[in-house]
Design a protein around this ligand. Sequence first.
Ligand code: PXG
Ligand code: PLP
Length: 449
Amino acid sequence: MIDHEAALRSWWMPFTHNRYFKAKPRLIEKGEGAYYTLTDGRRVFDGLSGLWCCPLGHSPASVVEAVQRQVATLDFSPSFQMGHPAAFRLASRIATLAGRAQDRVFFTNSGSEAVDTALKIAVAYHRVRGEASRTRIIGRERAYHGVGMGGISVGGIPANRKLFAPLMIPAVDHLPHTFDPSQMGYSRGQPLWGAHLADELERLVTLHDASNIAAVIVEPMQGSTGVIVPPVGYLQRLREICDRHGILLIFDEVITGFGRLGTPFAADFFGVKPDLITFAKAVNNATVPLGGVLVDEHIHDAFMTGPEHLIEFFHGYTYSGHPLAIAAAEATLDQLAPQDPQQVGLISRAAELAPVLEEAIHSLRGEPLVTDIRNLGLAAAIDVAPVPGKAALRAFQVFEAALDRGLLLRFTGETLALAPPFISSPAEVRQAVETLRAALDDAAHTGST
Ligand code: PXG
Ligand code: PLP
């Protein structure tokens, strides 16, 4: 009998129930294609692509080889006052993929760093062009923008904020979230109700005056809080209000970027052009930590003043543009969005699988415990009825039952999310939903403890 608690003691795990986990660990040993193998030998379908990270599945040969080649050639090089060619190449490729070839890319190592970078750029931009009073930032309820000081400030998940109140940036407001099951229950794709909620931004502008507001940051589709899909017309209306008042619009595309909605970015899917886009995760299949911010050319250019031998923007990370992360990204983009127009990329495969997932997930309507179902692109979520008096237990019970049946999901609150790798077959997507159906049944017959 292994003493798990002693063996696992030292790592304080992120966003994890450490005590429960260490008593009953779930350890992953190997990843291959759309499957993980656990240390007890079980093979499970990766229903969340890692943590929304791995559209190509795990350890795809071309990415592995690219990283191996890179580490043997140039393991690390400084990005402050030096550079390496592949990072420039990748920045250009990402801007081109976004249909914004003239724009700029600032590399970070995570989504959290990308968000904090974007907020700094937004506030500094207004200042360098002489509108220093524009400092207030508008986030949204239920938003997840990572765990940096900026990200938790604009984020809207109470548990991520409450212990850190004194550390948060002061001038922040939040738009209401757009989820109202009484108006949009069981919507397929975008709900029709709710565009008017964007008008709350107009109210905040009236309250504070536009001259005090720097930027609005939203996830175009809220991922982490449980696939909250924006109402038809909502993002367009945010864009119009921002334009009217000179406010920058930031799309946090850490989950939606690089194909999750079947288009390169959610900005493409919704036909709305934000001023800044944050990304991470799928950009390089999460092989090596990488994030970044796509910045509109006119914002970048506002910084390019003063003597040319001086630094224009005092910000950056030791690992910004890390050669291994860049190499993994180039190899990943070769699969997601090949430069050869003859080759079909996996982003279009995500678009093809989206209706398969939609059809399958909505077939769970009426199953025990299910109270709502939502989907967009290759992402879906269901809500389950809480165990009375025990918040967030039911979804965990479903998660455990699904894992026992060979499916790895994501649980958060009373929500379970499914976002399979783009390499999944339609049959695997349908099978994942059937496994979830069985897990719901298991959980419905579990006691409440
Ligand atoms: N912005 C958004 C929109 C995200 O989804 C971050 C920023 C932060 O990225 P990093 O790389 O710093 O974690 C995220 C991350 C989940 C889940 O369960 C979601 C995320 C991370 C972990 C779990 O949905 N999103
Ligand atoms: N702390 C110290 C003492 C450092 O020297 C540095 C970077 O040089 C940092 C923190 C920041 O580290 P990073 O650039 O990896 O974010």
